[in-house]
Design a protein around this ligand. Structure first.
Ligand SMILES: [Zn+2]
Length: 327
């Protein structure tokens, strides 16, 4: 049985449009770390990593990595490393209950702080993060491909430092960029780890939410953005620039935290839904069904959550950052 509070709307989000790709042939890796493949051009340039399936049930990331490996995407400058983040959780993916198996012992995207140094912590994800650490420590640009529960346009979550903002403005295939404090900010995510979290370091980590977890469109969207990313950081020659689109830069203004994990949306909202007016109804929180309203005019709703544990958020309200909307 699902450990989530499910309702009619969340059940509509459980359809899996594509089978998880077999990644067993990539188990050995080529640099001594399982499921990590690294290619060095022997030319000057940055070390770039593309990561997928940090969360075991976000299966689009595996498909994108396999496509890039099979298409022999290799650097002309610098080095590219392809990383299947959490293959053990991925191996447990179940199309009949796709919301499960995000991780085995702990969310691997929340263990990049003191957990790595704690000898008593031998959880599956902490051990995997320790194995990845030597290679992650040498990365200049990271694209960590995730997917999200809601439908809608892809969104990139980044640190608000200058190097990250400068880079992401060039990756025009990314329609929405979000900065600001997220839920459970006290637990370190990969995108905030070491060089990526240092405001004075030029290293940049982008956590991409490429689309809805189990809709096939997330694969194409993620692959397009991954190729654009590799060109923008200079390891691949610039091809025809993807159709330039308006990139929306947002910052979090409020995290929506329903009581007891109980929340009912007033409507089926997509990622990036825009509300022109303050006081618009998002949904009803907790057993008392308290109305949750947009806190500001010109408000965006980011990453609706449909499978929610007690204590989990059900999305974020955000506002656009003036002057950061690029053509
Ligand atoms: Zn994820």
């Amino acid at each position: 049985m699902a450990p989530f509070v499910m309702n009619d709307l969340s059940r509509r989000y459980t359809n899996v449009e594509y089978a998880p790709v077999d990644i067993s042939e990539y188990a050995d890796g080529n640099i001594g770390i399982p499921y990590v493949w690294s290619y060095d051009s022997k030319q000057p340039g940055p070390h770039v990593m593309i990561c997928g399936i940090m969360h075991g049930n976000e299966i689009a990331g595996a498909e994108i990595l396999v496509r890039m490996l099979k298409n022999t995407v290799r650097p002309e400058n610098g080095r590219i490393t392809f990383c299947f983040g959490n293959p053990d959780a991925y191996a447990r993916f179940d199309c009949a209950a796709p919301y499960l198996n995000r991780f085995i012992d702990a969310d691997i995207n929340r263990v990049w702080g003191p957990e790595l140094e704690d000898p008593y912590n031998q959880g599956s994800e902490v051990r995997r993060a320790r194995a990845l650490r030597p290679i992650v420590d040498t990365v200049d640009y990271l694209l960590d491909i995730h997917t999200m529960q809601g439908r809608g346009r892809p969104v990139a979550l980044i640190q608000g430092k200058t190097a990250a903002l400068d880079l992401i403005a060039n990756i025009t295939s990314i329609p929405i960029v979000l900065t600001g404090t997220m839920h459970q900010a006290e637990r370190l995510r990969l995108r905030d780890y070491a060089q990526f979290g240092d405001p004075d370091d030029k290293a940049v980590a982008i956590q991409l939410e490429a689309g809805q977890h189990w809709e096939a469109s997330a694969i194409a969207q993620g692959e397009l953005i991954a190729m654009d990313f590799l060109e923008c950081v200079g390891v691949l020659p610039r091809q025809s620039k993807p159709r330039a689109q308006k990139q929306l830069h947002l910052e979090v203004v409020e995290i929506v935290l329903p009581k007891g994990g109980i929340f009912e949306y007033a409507k089926d909202f997509e990622n990036g839904t825009f509300f022109p007016h303050r006081g618009a109804l998002l949904g009803f929180s907790g057993p008392e069904r308290v109305e949750v309203l947009t806190p500001i005019d010109n408000c965006y709703f980011i990453m609706p959550v449909h499978f929610r544990l007690d204590g989990g958020s059900c999305g974020r309200f955000a506002r656009s950052i003036p002057g950061k909307v690029s053509a």
